[in-house]
Design a protein around this ligand. Sequence first.
Ligand code: ADP
Ligand code: GLC
Length: 488
Amino acid sequence: MARRIVFVASEIYPFSKSGGLGDVMGALPPALARMGVPVSVITPFYGRLRTGESLLKMTMENCPVGYPWPPITTDVFETEYKGVTVYFLHRGEYFDRRQYYNEYKGDYFDNAERFIFFCRAAFSFLRAQGEITGEAPAVIHAHDWQAALLPGLLHFARQRDPFWASTRSLITIHNIAFQGRFSSRLFTDCGLPPEAWTPEGAEYYGDFNLLKTAIAYADMVSTVSPSYAREILTERFGFGLDGILRHREQHLSGILNGADYSIWDPRTDRSIPERYSRQDILGKAACKTSLIRQLGLSPHLADRPLLGFIGRLRGQKGIDLLIDILPELMKRDLGVIVLGEGNLRFEQTLVRMMDEYKGLLHAAVTYTEDLAHRIQAGSDCFLMPSRFEPCGLTQMYALRYGTPPIAMGAGGLRDSIIPYPHPKSTGFIFQNPEPQDFLRTILQAVDIWENNPETWQDMVQRAMSQAFTWDKSGKQYVELYRQLGWSE
Ligand code: ADP
Ligand code: GLC
């Protein structure tokens, strides 16, 4: 039996999700399991965990963690999800909260402690499990800063504990803007030895930087699209880690995420009022009228282009670019729907504008899975003006729902959208994160929608036939695991 690949991540859909990371964890491990790779996932037991129909059983009680002080332990629960064993690490005072990482005032003050605990607990649990099974994982596959201590813990443990001798690590960066940068005093007791405190290791301009630590000590580094793998080597996109990444360039690669079509496909989607397909697309119009009615938009929009936006209301997603041009879009009698939460200032501006442009603009400042599906199905175009986008999943979903994306030419957006006027175009790309560029591109799309319905429908057809399957991405991960010494 092949040795296990162990994912460590702070979210996994459907149990927990704040964005794309959750989607990826809910889909990539099952895809690997289908390919015969033994895979498990370690994740926090949040108070708001959606356990749904899954039965959780306790696997280990009082597993010693020793952080932040010696008697501290974790309880471990497990369940099976789509062929994957998911382990939940329980420690109420860290994870039993309303949100995952932050409340409206900002990040939880003890995020460093929470996720250092999470990493150390995961590592201790794997070691304790090894005592029973006699087997160490082949690869620890850590995701983002919340799991980023693991490659360092492994690197140093390998030097003194033969148990870890043949285990390798991979860190996948889903977003380099979030690094887990904390005060140097949090390095004390984090589990790494003092020699890790160097500018080549955990130290970053006098601070403790978790993601940097992982980049320094992981056996391999990957990110979620080939374009982003190149972009993060530059000052513009590297968020201060381009230097150390260039240092590790030989071990850096980019694998494009997939879309989980068992959840995001208008042929089978239970959240939308009418199902439709490429061959029978009539239901899409019904989804549009129903969405307009549900949100109280003006009925005449049924015959006008309806533009949808779904995402965190933050600078990364370029929501400010959209806010800037909203008056122009409204002047042209276009419908706009925004679903998102995030920065309070953007939330307030959108709610105020919704009042001003009643009937044409709807801003849903909330997090609702159901509505996300309905917007994908009911809109004509999907807006994604991201300043940077490591991969982006919503544009992939939009393609499948026949909703051509209008997106910035960055990261995974470039790797997943074929831009107009290419004969095989599936959407629109603009090159600079400037409101005027964005507006011009939207107006180009609107012009085609209004005056060339055939060209539009051809694009919709091509968009819907794109397939970003997880099986495709899974194969590339297996190739990385092989390079790390994993074998069937
Ligand atoms: P990111 O991970 O950077 O937020 P992605 O495009 O990779 O961006 O993934 C975002 C995921 O989160 C998608 O599944 C999207 O539908 C979902 N999402 C984002 N904001 C909301 C919201 N307000 N309500 C429901 N789903 C949302
Ligand atoms: C991050 C990125 C997003 C990516 C997602 C899943 O949240 O911002 O672009 O799709 O992770 O990898």
